[in-house]
Every structure is written in structure tokens, then in C-alpha cells.
Design a protein around this ligand. Sequence first.
Ligand code: AVJ
Length: 322
Amino acid sequence: MATPVLSVRHVSEFAADVRESLTKPGQRELPSKYLYDEVGSALFETISVLPEYGLTRADSRLLRRYAAEMVGQLPSPVRVAELGSGSGKKTRWILEALSQRQMTYYYPIEISPHALAACEKELGQIDLVSVVGYEQPYLEGLRSVAQGRAQHDHLLVLFLGSTIGNFDRDAGDIFLREIRETLRPGDALLLGTDLEKAVELQLLAYDDPAGVTAAFNLNLLARINRELGADFDLSSFRHEIRWNSTDRRIEMHLRSTRRQSVHVPAANLRISLNENETIWTESSHKYKAEEIPALAARSGFRCETQWIDAEWPFAQNLLIAS
Ligand code: AVJ
């Protein structure tokens, strides 16, 4: 439960991160993990049903179609931890397949209390599945789960939805290595990665005509207004999407349409933005299926199997800790 002390810690961490990223020399930024408050999570749920954004449907399709095959390649007994479960909808297939062979323990790790509650509700009703949520950052939660298991229990870590794509490539490598350090040989990581596709499709997926992604992006400023007492004028910012072909990633920005100053009282911060200056709010790296085995090897895993969606290029990669 969120005690007052905890929420003070959350607010001050949020304020410190906003302050640091908005005052970066050169390009201003905001950390993408803050896109997911209650409003942002609901907007993302809507994005995931847009015809232009095939990523989430491809992810779920692969899990639904191949759950039995995936589970067949896991050690036994195995407990499941998920990093950033969101609503947990697409995890159902894996849990149902596993519960055919054993009592299944599922640990969603999620910093959004609202998403965590939705996930516990959605998946807590499956027979022979026990759900214990951790409202913690990914690695802290994973360490708690790993330390709490018995000697003979293996772990399956789920890192779905191409969330790895939000990390810069170097940071992604480091993050996988940190996951690996919490695991024992034979433990598994199911990693979802969105694959490179035609640039027009990628741009449209992040700049949908109905403007849902624009609202998702702008909500980050609205959240800073709500939680940190800031005075961002949302009508003076425009959603902007770029394809960075060098780093093979979509970049999401908010462009200031006029010269303006902004006050963020809880972060003790005042900034002035030039006309056309942008705040960089998210990167979504795209992958080639062939680069995953090397990525796995660099972080102490071997890539056992890849399942690729034919309709929307996306890969589920089953990595086994070496
Ligand atoms: C939830 C990280 C997979 O990067 O595609 C969707 C978030 N951002 N539209 C992504 C997102 C804009 C998304 N992930």
C-alpha cells in the first residue's frame, strides 16, 4: 500500500527526474517511463487497438498461438515474473499453458499501481494461478522474486511489448546483463522485440490520424502540471515523430510552437523554451531478428527460439541463461 512516506518519495523522485532531464544541455528530455500514469496507461490501451499500431496485437497473437510450444521449452518447476505487466492481458496465454502442468506463481512487477491492480484482477482469476504483485522498479522487484524462491524453482522472466526498445542500445545491453545477474543457469527470459518495417508504417504507428498517440505524448506535460503544479500550456506544443535511421529508432518529441517559459514549482524549476525547440519524450528502437542471438550472447543468454509474426513483423525471443 502507498504510505504517505512512499508517495513523498515518489513525488520527489519524479520532480528530480523532471528537473534533470528538462535542464540537460542541448536537447531537453523527459523520461518515457512517466508516460504511464492512470490517464497515460488508458491512452496506451487505446493505442494498442488502433489499426495503425500493430505491435501489441502481434505480441499477443504470438503468445496465444505459441504459448504451449514456449512453455514446453521451459525447465520445471518454474515461477513467472513479468517486468512492466501493464494490464497483463497478453500474459494469460502463458499462465494458462503453464497451469496445465503445475501450480503457477506469477509476480507482476509494475510501478503504476493502477495497472498493477488491473493485472491482479485480470489474472488472479485463472485456476491454479497465484498472483503476487510488486509495486517496484523492475530490477528491485525481480531481485525480491529471485531471492524468495526455493533452490529447485526456476524463473521465467517476461519482458514483453518491446519495452526494451525504450532503452538506448547500450543501456538495453546493460539492462539484460542486470536481469541475467538475478538469474541462475537454465532460467529463461521471454523478450518481445518489434522488428524494422517500412518507414511509413513505423511513422504512422506513432502518429495515428485520430491523434491518440499525440494525446498520450501531451499527457506527460499534463501529468507534470497535475502532480508537480507546473503550468505547461498544452496548446503550445505539437506531437512530433521522427525516424532516426542511424540508431534505427522512432523518436517522439513535443515541439514548442512559440517562445514560452514554464514553471515547475515542485521541482524548483523555471525554463524558457524557444520557438520550435523540442522536448524528447521517448525512443522506440527497432530490431532485426538476426541481431537478437548476439544481443543475448553479450548478456549471458543463448537465444533458444524465435517466433515471428507474419502480419506485423515482431519477434518473441526465448533466451536461456547460460
Ligand atoms: C509500450 C514501449 C511498446 O514504444 O511502441 C506507443 C509505447 N509509444 N506509442 C512503444 C508507445 C507511443 C510503446 N511501448
